[in-house]
Design a protein around this ligand. Structure first.
Ligand code: BGC
Length: 741
């Protein structure tokens, strides 16, 4: 019902039909009527999602063999396909999907970078803007957001997600779901489940996740996304504990539908049904189809096997027709919910006007600014002072690389739309009468020193050097896992050479994810993580370097010193031998510190914040029969620096003694405070008591009575702490926390 009610927002015509539960019946009635008229082939057609291929069988649309399409990202093609589908015997319109990961044409920073804002409202507005561009070309469904937690930075897909923490990921993924809906797109939570645990960070490799970890770490973001009303859930391409998710009924039906209460559409990932044969759990396509459908997978993405085999599987009795009907019903419900039956075919002539609108570009710039993380600022080098800095040398292979800036998963994004960091700096510097000299020093691969001398000379002539270095776009994204976290080529040598000119260096690091910074921290006084900042990345970086904007981004992942530390996350268990520097028999490495270079949640500002002692408003939290009980914490935050800035106050909770060893601390709340210089604000947090608990292997939620600690500060090392107790514990059988919300 919640899902149907949401349809009102989308289709004005449907508002008449969908208000209130009684009025929802006509939709179910219309679905019944359609189902009653459909042949088995037409039913299989509704479950068939095809991609745009160079040679397309247009007749398949007319025959009702296609229920959804992907990669038809051209308004004319979409319109043609939709027209053909509507001319089929039953005239059922198409779901038109695409991965809108960080924008359609106006490209925002990648989700991992956006997560650095810790700002759910911003992610919601960004998703809505991305959706509004997309619907103009006829898209009505996105395969986003990715709710997989980023547990190993070698995994290229960390850029598509929202960081290592399940609470933050859940909150931000839910915001994206809401934003896509605001803008008119159906959303998909992906990839269910455990994809973030691929062995060695190798994309598509196996995942082995203990049941407790599955419930505590991997499922919570999906739970939040489902609660926010996600329309679809996608399987993962991987096998979880030996069973491919696409063939796992306990996962796709037991956990997803029964425990998480998801009632929407389940779509297989790309060719995931066919891949069951490669995984070695199906002899042939027919068996793959049987296993996937019976596991609870409604729609087959691009393997074509449902269309080919499902009718026969039903006729021979191997698959009950009711199971097929239930899947078709979910597809039709989504189509009705989107108002597709009552909407005209899109107007391709209006598509262009929706792209790259000034307000969308402005929002992309705001998002890029909010994602910047200031990692180091020795002697307050930044923001640069135009009264003293009259000439800037811009060096580094990524200063003028629009292609990299736009990043992977770029939708219909074009490099020529993007304003590079160099271009942004040129414009901003001109306004301040500051000269810019550009000498990249080496090409993108940075495989030679021929340009070093020119860069060093430019540095020597300048008052300040802005070095833009890091990773190209192809070192992250799907299918781009990497064994190294180092910068390609001779960039560190270039930086050392340029620093040798003796001028202060502000290093702007680009790349989808954290990389090894090594000697760069010594060579550069200031270090700003810019990620791959998208279409408006250049102005965002320039405005920040010049101090028009004050950075407030916080790391959504722990920043490692070296790749050998991976996986490395802040929420580790304490262990029986916690690390003691210099003590060999404690947890760690013989040759490297086990701590990150920068902790989760870390990021500097041009101003400074002081956190007061946390005040526990609810020192005795009585969970027991009061399921709505909550922990409330307040802390004063003072901006004692000289500029206005945003504090990102973070609340972590720990349970020092419990029935099971628990993570050292867990993020449970974020408060964003915009404070003027000298101003004190109050960070207020409210944590539902159920969020203090952990899960048993079967999904039972346990909130233990006992003593807990609340830690408040500006990163995961937050040192201000106060205790509280949970008076009466609570145990909820699997799924009961959903039922009671
Ligand atoms: C990815 C999905 C994506 C799909 C369609 C797959 O390879 O794993 O995340 O939605 O392709 O582009």
């Amino acid at each position: 019902m919640r899902r149907l009610a949401r349809g009102i927002v989308r289709g004005a015509a449907w508002a008449v039909l969908l208000v209130g539960s009684a009025r929802a019946e006509p939709v179910e009635g219309r679905i019944d009527a359609l189902l009653a008229r459909m042949t088995l082939e037409e039913k299989a057609g509704q479950l068939n999602l095809i991609s745009h291929e160079p040679i397309l069988d247009l007749g398949s649309f007319r025959r009702g063999e296609v229920g959804a399409i992907i990669n038809f990202s051209n308004a004319g093609l979409v319109a043609q396909a939709d027209r053909l589908a509507r001319s089929s015997r039953l005239g059922i319109p198409l779901l038109v999907g695409l991965d809108i990961v960080h924008g359609y044409r106006t490209i925002f920073p990648l989700p991992l970078a956006m997560a650095a804002s810790f700002d759910a409202g911003l992610l919601r507005r960004a998703a809505a803007a991305q959706a509004r561009e997309s619907v103009g070309v006829g898209l009505n469904w996105t395969f986003s957001p990715m709710a997989d937690v980023a547990r190993d930075l070698r995994w290229g897909r960390v850029v598509e997600g929202l960081g290592e923490d399940p609470w933050l990921t859940g909150r931000l993924a839910a915001a994206q779901v809401e934003g896509f809906r605001d803008g008119g797109l159906a959303s998909t939570l992906k990839h269910f489940a455990g994809y973030g645990a691929v062995l060695g960070g190798r994309d598509y490799d196996a995942t082995f996740v203990a049941p407790t970890e599955l419930h505590d770490l991997h499922l919570p973001p999906f739970r939040e996304g489902v609660r926010a009303g996600a329309d679809a859930v996608m399987t993962a391409l991987t096998a979880l504990n030996g069973l491919p998710t696409t063939a796992d009924p306990a996962l796709m039906t037991g956990l997803l539908r029964r425990q998480l209460g998801f009632s929407g559409l389940v779509v297989a990932d790309w060719q995931a049904v066919a891949s069951l044969v490669k995984h070695g759990v199906a002899r042939d396509g027919a068996e793959a189809v049987r296993k996937a459908l019976l596991a609870g997978v409604d729609m087959d993405m691009t393997s074509g096997l449902y269309l080919r085999h499902l009718p026969e599987e039903v006729r021979t009795g191997r698959v009950p027709e009711e199971a097929v009907d239930a899947a078709v019903r979910r597809v039709l419900r989504l189509k009705f919910g989107l108002g597709l039956f009552d909407r005209a075919v899109i107007d391709p002539d209006g598509a262009e006007e929706r792209l790259l609108r000034p307000e969308t570009r402005r929002l992309a710039r705001e998002a890029a600014r909010a994602s910047l993380v200031l990692l180091q600022n020795r002697d307050d080098l930044l923001p640069l002072d135009p009264a003293k800095v009259r000439r800037i040398a811009v060096v580094g292979p990524f200063a003028d690389s629009a292609w990299d800036q736009v990043g992977p998963h770029e939708g219909a994004g074009q490099e020529w739309d993007a304003v590079t960091i160099l271009a942004g700096l040129r414009e901003r510097a001109a306004a301040a009468g500051v000269a810019i000299e550009f000498a990249p020093g080496c090409p993108r691969v940075c495989d030679g020193r021929a340009g070093f001398a020119e860069a060093v000379e430019a540095a020597a002539r300048a008052d300040l050097v802005v070095a833009v270095m890091g990773e190209p776009r192809d070192r992250s994204g799907e299918g781009s896992s990497s064994a190294y976290l180092s910068w390609p080529g001779l960039q560190h040598d270039l930086l050392a050479a340029v620093a040798g000119a003796g001028k202060p260096v502000a290093l702007v690091v680009v790349g989808g994810r954290p990389t090894e910074l090594g000697p760069a921290l010594a060579h550069a006084q200031a270090v700003l993580m810019a990620w791959l900042p998208g279409t408006e990345g250049g102005p965002a970086v320039a405005e920040t370097l010049f101090g028009d904007a004050n950075p407030s981004g916080k790391l959504p992942v722990s920043w490692p010193r070296t790749v050998g530390q991976l996986p490395l996350t802040y929420d580790a268990l304490p262990g029986g031998r916690p690390h003691l520097p210099g003590s060999r028999w404690t947890m760690g490495y013989a040759d490297e510190s086990p701590s990150p270079l920068f902790p989760f949640g870390y990021g500097l500002s041009y101003t400074r914040f002081a956190y007061g002692e946390p005040e526990i408003v609810t020192p005795h939290v009585g969970v027991g029969d009061r399921y709505d009980a909550a922990l409330e914490v307040r802390a004063a935050v003072t901006n004692y620096g000289t500029r206005a800035g945003r504090a990102v106050a973070q609340l972590y909770v720990s349970q020092p003694v419990a029935g099971r060893s628990r993570p050292r601390r867990l993020l449970k709340g974020v408060a964003l405070l915009d404070l003027a210089s000298g101003e004190t604000g109050t960070a207020s947090f409210r944590v539902p008591a159920r969020d203090l608990g952990y899960h048993e292997p079967d999904g039972t939620l346990v909130v233990e009575a006992g003593t807990y600690l609340a830690h408040v500060g500006g990163d995961a090392v937050a040192t201000r702490s106060a205790g509280f107790t949970v008076e009466t514990g609570w145990r909820g059988p699997p799924g009961s926390d959903e039922a009671r919300r």
